[in-house]
Each structure stands twice: as C-alpha cells, then as structure tokens.
Design a protein around this ligand. Structure first.
Ligand SMILES: [Zn+2]
Length: 171
C-alpha cells in the first residue's frame, strides 16, 4: 500500500477530492494543495570498544520489539544528521559521542501505527568519550557488546540495520 493511500482528505480544506498528483504526491482538486511523501531521515550508530566489540541494543518497542538493534532514531526537524545521531546515542545509551563519521545510507520501511513509513537510515561510525557509563534507556531495553565476528544479522529486527551490518562488517 502506498503511504499516501492512507490520506483520503485534503489536510488543508478537508475536501475528499484529494487525488494522485504523481507517484510521490497527492493534490487537492478543491484548493490546489499538494503534499509530497518524502522519506523520514533516521540515524544508526556503529560504536566499537577497544576489544573490537560492537555496541548492540535490544528494542523496547515495535516494530521489532525484543529484537537486536543499533542505537539510533529519527532526525528531528531543523536538526543535522550528526546532531541527531549524537542525541539518539545519548538518549539510548547515556554515551557522549565526541566524533561522528558518516558511512552510508540505506532506505527502509518502518511499520508504525498501521503505516509503512519510508525512511532513509544514515549510518555513522561514532567515537565516544567514556564507554564505562553505557546503560540502556529510552527506546533501548538493554545493551550488549558483541564481538564483530559473532554478530548474527538475522537477530536484528530492522531490514536496513541487517543490510548495514553486512556492509559494515564486509560480509
Ligand atoms: Zn484542499
């Protein structure tokens, strides 16, 4: 189902003549309002300790509740990807990121509230000030350090994270 199929009425004037404009947008035949469905920006953190283990969290919420994940989340409005990455790592793990390196991005579908939300997940390698303060909070129900060779991508609930791990780990 196309995400715009959920929107039956013009959000400006309430007209039911809210029709397909092109494959990415709908247009109101009454007031002329046009709405584009663009992907939401999201961030994913790759954090390693001195032993070469990767910081992994367990998802507290759906989609993928209980599965493994990497720290991260949606970018806020008026926020840079880098700032969003630093904020999400702090919220979910308590860690202070001192440096981020953008690596690559992968599109994803994120099932939320009955809708498939299209996202663009941006992966960052993060340097952290003091790994000893790590704890799980916010959207993370727990955390683990997993040696990179022992990462089983099928245990990760989000498709883009599985793909990103394959890419990062060179598999
Ligand atoms: Zn309208």
């Amino acid at each position: 189902m196309h995400p715009l199929d959920h929107f039956k009425f013009c959000p400006v004037c309430g007209s039911s003549h809210f029709v397909e404009n092109n494959e990415k947008s709908k247009r109101c035949e009454n007031c002329g309002f046009i709405y584009y469905a663009n992907p939401s920006s999201a961030t994913v953190a790759l954090i390693e300790n001195e032993k070469g283990e990767l910081l992994v969290v367990r998802r507290k919420n759906d989609p993928g509740k209980g599965t493994l994940d990497l720290p991260g989340g949606f970018v806020d409005m008026d926020e840079t990807g880098e700032a969003g990455m630093i904020r999400e790592v702090k919220e979910e793990t308590g860690l202070d990121v001192t440096h981020v390196d953008y690596l690559f991005s992968i599109p994803n579908l994120y099932r939320y509230s009955g809708m498939d939300i299209h996202t663009l997940d941006m992966f960052y390698r993060c340097q952290v000030r003091d790994l000893s303060v790590v704890h799980a909070a916010d959207d993370a129900a727990g955390y683990l350090w997993i040696p990179k060779a022992e990462i089983k991508t099928e245990q990760f609930g989000l498709r883009s994270v599985r793909q990103g791990l394959h890419q990062y780990l060179g598999r």
